[in-house]
Design a protein around this ligand. Structure first.
Ligand code: PSU
Ligand code: MN
Length: 335
């Protein structure tokens, strides 16, 4: 009848728009080796909310079994918030968007033996048929290829301290400049140089909003000392901001930084002291490149006796709820 015809017309318009956006913004919709889980594909076809989730946070960001429990709980929170979760990883060389419980477990048990895969590592991971845990940059890229617009994680990479001479600037920041996915996170850790990270994001043309705050949060704490470039107070405002960026065909992503809930911040403050020590240790041992972030996370975890892990788990779960709400609002704006 008329209603189903209208639905079909809307679906067609959505498909055309996705194709247009994809071609204009340099991301093709499908390629060999991209495997989108049926539930995720159906949700995308029907214009329902989908939230991408990364896998380096599982392999390198937390120890087993807390990493597995957290990954599954985060998926459950996304569902409870009215969106379909799509955890992303490389499984046997295939770029998988939407993992089964068994696949999540495989990455969680593999831990740091699983290759950490950022944008530059994707071709090798695919060509070698290996497993790979995708960082924010690789997860954004694969999410965009599949047509996903919203991605939830804990923290993004940034400009490392001393980055002005080491040039250690996370590929997450350039990815944010070139891939249209909104990243819902708790900001960047103070292991990084947050003012320079903001400068770099500005250069890349990336909108950065603090959620319900004037100040940019710094992962374990609600405070970074840096004023956020903009502020949004509701999931709808966050969705509207990103929708405007898509409509403008900017081709870039966005950062929505959600402060850690106040009741978990106490542990977060203690963690700050551990961060300073971890930085000195990394310097002394000459840790470089992709190993820096996993090294710091592990040191901070062991010196705080798990308090950093508790705070990390709490903020990721919180972000999942906020991200699902933003994805739902964006789906409504795009309907
Ligand atoms: N920050 C965290 N936890 C993490 C990461 C960052 O608090 O697990 C991971 C993310 O996958 C992020 C990556 O994309 O580290 C950044 O690594 P690098 O600094 O090497 O770019
Ligand atoms: Mn780096």
């Amino acid at each position: 009848g008329g209603a189903s015809q209208a639905r079909a017309a809307r679906r067609e318009r959505r498909k055309q728009r996705a194709l247009l956006l994809a071609s204009e913004q340099g991301s093709s919709v499908m390629f060999p080796g991209l495997t989108v889980a049926p539930e995720v594909a159906a949700a995308l076809r029907e214009g329902r909310a989908v939230v991408a989730l990364e896998s380096t946070i599982i392999s390198h960001g937390m120890p087993y079994p807390q990493n597995l429990e957290t990954a599954l709980e985060v998926e459950a929170r996304v569902r409870a918030g009215g969106a379909v979760p799509a955890t992303i990883a490389i499984i046997g060389g295939r770029c998988c968007v939407g993992l089964s419980k068994e696949q999540i477990e495989r990455i969680a048990r593999g831990g740091s033996a699983v290759q950490k895969v950022s944008r530059r590592d994707l071709p090798l991971a695919v060509a070698s048929g290996a497993d790979g845990a995708t960082t924010v940059s690789a997860t954004m890229l694969l999410a965009a290829r599949a047509g996903i617009r919203v991605f939830v994680t804990g923290g993004i990479g940034g400009v490392h301290r001393g980055g002005e001479s080491s040039m250690d600037v996370s590929a997450d920041l350039t990815e944010l400049g070139r891939t249209p996915v909104a990243v819902i996170c708790a900001g960047a850790k103070s292991v990084l140089d947050i003012p320079r990270t903001l400068e770099y994001l500005e250069t890349q043309g990336v909108p950065v909003a603090a959620f319900g705050a004037d100040e940019l949060p710094a992962f374990f704490t609600r405070h970074s000392g840096c004023k956020a470039p903009c502020r949004v107070d509701t999931p709808r405002e966050a969705a509207a901001l990103f929708k405007a960026s898509l409509d403008l065909r900017l081709g870039c992503g966005a950062v929505v930084a959600v402060p850690i809930p106040a009741e978990h911040e106490a542990a977060g403050r203690e963690v700050e002291a551990a961060i300073a020590e971890a930085l000195r240790e990394a310097e002394r041992r000459g840790i470089r490149g992709a190993a820096v972030t996993p090294f710091l996370l592990e040191r901070i975890r062991s010196t705080t006796g798990g308090k950093s892990l508790d705070a990390n788990v709490a903020l990721v779960k919180h972000n999942a709820g906020v991200g699902a709400a933003i994805a739902a609002e964006l789906a409504a704006l795009e309907a």
